[in-house]
Design a binder for this molecule. Structure first.
Ligand code: PHB
Length: 403
């Protein structure tokens, strides 16, 4: 599987709006038993562990789910299919386009008493909707993307851990830089109208205004239904804003970036973003329209460290494409479960293991879980420019101060 997932999803999403596009993720959707059917209990000494990967295989974020599955499997294959010495039986379950599909899918998994952990979830709305399900079932959930702030804040749980980021952490890292760049002007904010979009904007606004930045206005286009950003971009143009800060991901990121260029904003109003706007297949699909976009993220495949270079080389050799942040987050989820499952396969044993994970040797750089189970990690300022091979890449400009 390579970049073709983008050519599959883009026209379909444009045509269907919210889009019930079903992409097969590596042909590996192997839900072997009906969720909820089994009564077997996990046992510490046993030689196997059942893990479910809950990622979108349809909707705006389907390509992100495919990247996550690839990243998780990459680690697993390096370990000969074992985590914590136990042979992993992996089920891949569709999160779908949002909470209306993701929450029931998680509820079914939580009834499956032989699971040692669930990994995945892209959408913050799904994460917020399932937090109590995992907490009550005492089933470990390792979030490998969804950044909802409360999950590792006010609503933290012993059973919920995150190998990705919190939404306001990513966008907050960009605030003082954009305030400095747009001194004397004002910045327009735009993101899809759901939990993550709002948190990315409020996280940015907090550090941006604290550093003296001025907000020109804000737009929240409907999530999963918007393919025409023209009305929003026209408003931004008219506002006289001297910068734009955006969060979009998946197919929405491609539509937004292309239209930003088509309507003449690129080149005249600098576009700043969280790195998801220019990540992986999105950057490839956006092409020249993305040139010059600056973003903050905790990863770039361009990171110049021995650990990352080795990782990128091995990953690209296997999949014929560089890894994305989504792949790395899921790869790290497999890494932490590798350590955690050494303690056993019951929920409480896995949680005990997660508490003792220590420093994670990640391609993004070393990180640790904070007291709320969110990564303490570095953020990088990235800029889309021509790489050595002539393709556009997210060049790493420098490290940003963490909010
Ligand atoms: C989220 O909903 O938390 C989310 C989705 C896609 C991203 C980042 C965050 O790329």
């Amino acid at each position: 599987m390579g970049r073709s997932r983008w050519s599959q999803v883009l026209p379909a999403v444009a045509a269907l709006g919210a889009g019930a596009v079903v992409l097969s993720a590596c042909g590996s959707n192997s839900l072997k038993e009906g969720a909820g059917g089994s009564t077997a209990q996990p046992s510490a000494g046993a030689g196997s562990a059942k893990i479910a990967l809950l990622v979108p295989q349809s909707g705006t974020y389907a390509p992100l789910g495919a990247d996550m599955e690839q990243g998780f499997r990459f680690y697993l294959e390096q370990k000969n299919g074992k985590l914590g010495g136990k042979t992993v039986d992996l089920q891949v379950v569709d999160e779908g386009a949002g909470p209306e599909t993701g929450v029931p899918a998680a509820q079914k998994l939580a009834q499956q008493s032989d699971l040692s952990a669930v990994v995945g979830i892209v959408n913050s709305g799904v994460a917020l909707g399932v937090r109590d399900v995992f907490d009550q079932a005492k089933l470990p959930l390792v979030l490998a993307n969804a950044g909802a702030d409360a999950i590792t804040g006010a609503r933290k749980s012993d059973y919920v851990w995150r190998t990705s980021f919190s939404n306001s952490q990513v966008s907050g890292a960009m605030g003082s830089y954009v305030a400095e760049k747009t001194k004397g002007g004002s910045v327009y904010l735009i993101a899809p109208d759901y939990a993550a979009g709002k948190e990315f904007l409020s996280g940015f606004e907090k550090t941006f205004t604290a550093a003296g930045g001025k907000v020109a206005g804000q737009e929240l286009p409907p999530f999963g239904k918007t393919s025409n950003y023209q009305p929003y971009l026209a408003k931004i143009k008219q506002s006289g804003a001297t910068g734009v800060f955006a969060f979009f991901a998946g197919s929405e990121a491609v539509s937004f970036t292309k239209q930003y260029k088509e309507l003449g904003l690129a080149g005249s109003i600098p576009l700043y973003s969280s790195g998801f706007l220019t990540e992986g297949g999105v950057l490839k699909a956006s092409g020249a329209a993305a040139a010059g976009i600056e973003s903050s993220l905790h990863y770039s495949d361009q990171l110049d460290t021995p650990r990352n270079k080795e990782f990128v080389q091995a990953y690209a050799a296997k999949y014929s494409e560089p890894p994305t942040v989504y792949a790395v987050q899921a790869y790290d989820a497999a890494q932490v479960l590798d350590k955690a499952l050494e303690k056993g396969t019951t929920g409480d044993q896995v949680v005990e293991g997660l508490r003792g994970v220590g420093t994670v040797d990640s391609p993004r750089g070393p990180w640790t879980f904070d007291e709320s189970h969110n990564p303490k990690q570095a953020f990088y300022l990235r800029k889309v420019q021509q790489g050595p091979g002539g393709t556009l890449v997210n060049a790493v400009v420098r490290e940003l101060a963490s909010p």
